[in-house]
Design a protein. Structure first.
Length: 208
C-alpha cells in the first residue's frame, strides 16, 4: 500500500511538472530532462511511469478533462438562480489562471506539434451552452440575447485567450479575465445578474 501511494504521488508530480513545462515551452520544445528535473526525479523514474512526452501530454489532457467534469458537476449542484453564470465565469478562471494542468491541456489542444486525443474545446463548448441555456431558462440573459449567441461569444473569447494565458499566467491572467468579464457579462446577462457575479469576482480578487 505504501509503495502504491508513493507511485501515485510520483505520477501526480510528473503530470504537474509536465503541465508546467508544456505551458512554458510548448510540446515540441519540452524535454524529458526538463520535466523530470521539475518533478525532482530521474529520467529513468519518469520512464517507469510514462512512455515519453506523448503519454505525459495525454495524462495532462485526461486530468484536465476530469477537472472540467468535476467543475461542471459542482456548478450543476448550485441551488441559487445565478449559479449557472457563476459556474460559467468561475470555470474560465480555472481554465486560464488557476489550474496549470487545465491551462496546459488547452494549450496542447492548439499545439501543432502534438496530436491531442481529448476534445477539451468541444467539452467546454457543450458545457458553456448548457450553462447559458440554464441561465436563459432562469431569465438571466439580457433581452434579445439568445443562449446560442452568448455561447458563441463566450467560447470565442476563452479559446482566443489560450495563448495569453501562457504569456500571463496566474494573477496576470486573472486580472485580464476580470477586465474582460466586466465588459462582456453586462452585454449578455441582465443587469442584476451580471452585477451579482461581478461583485463575487471582485471579492475573490481582493482576497487573493
Amino acid at each position: 500500500m505504501v509503495k502504491q501511494e508513493r507511485a501515485a504521488r510520483t505520477r501526480e508530480s510528473l503530470v504537474h511538472a509536465a503541465a508546467e513545462v508544456f505551458a512554458e515551452e510548448g510540446f515540441t520544445a519540452a524535454s524529458i530532462a526538463a520535466i523530470s528535473r521539475r518533478a525532482g526525479v530521474t529520467p529513468g523514474a519518469l520512464y517507469f511511469h510514462f512512455d515519453g512526452k506523448t503519454s505525459l501530454a495525454l495524462a495532462v489532457e485526461e486530468r484536465a478533462a476530469r477537472t472540467l467534469r468535476e467543475a461542471a458537476e459542482a456548478g450543476g449542484e448550485r441551488g441559487d438562480a445565478d449559479g449557472s453564470l457563476r459556474a460559467l465565469v468561475g470555470t474560465t478562471y480555472t481554465m486560464l489562471a488557476e489550474d496549470i494542468v487545465v491551462r496546459a491541456a488547452f494549450a496542447l489542444c492548439a499545439d501543432m506539434g502534438h496530436s491531442s486525443r481529448t476534445d477539451l474545446r468541444g467539452q467546454w463548448r457543450l458545457w458553456a451552452a448548457e450553462l447559458l441555456a440554464a441561465a436563459d431558462r432562469a431569465g438571466l440573459l439580457a433581452e434579445g440575447v439568445s443562449p446560442q449567441e452568448a455561447t458563441r461569444l463566450v467560447v470565442a473569447l476563452t479559446v482566443g485567450l489560450e495563448g495569453l494565458a501562457g504569456a500571463e499566467p496566474g494573477r496576470g491572467a486573472r486580472q485580464l479575465l476580470t477586465r474582460i468579464w466586466t465588459v462582456i457579462l453586462p452585454g449578455i446577462a441582465r443587469d442584476e445578474a451580471a452585477a451579482a457575479v461581478l461583485a463575487e469576482v471582485s471579492a475573490d480578487n481582493e482576497t487573493d
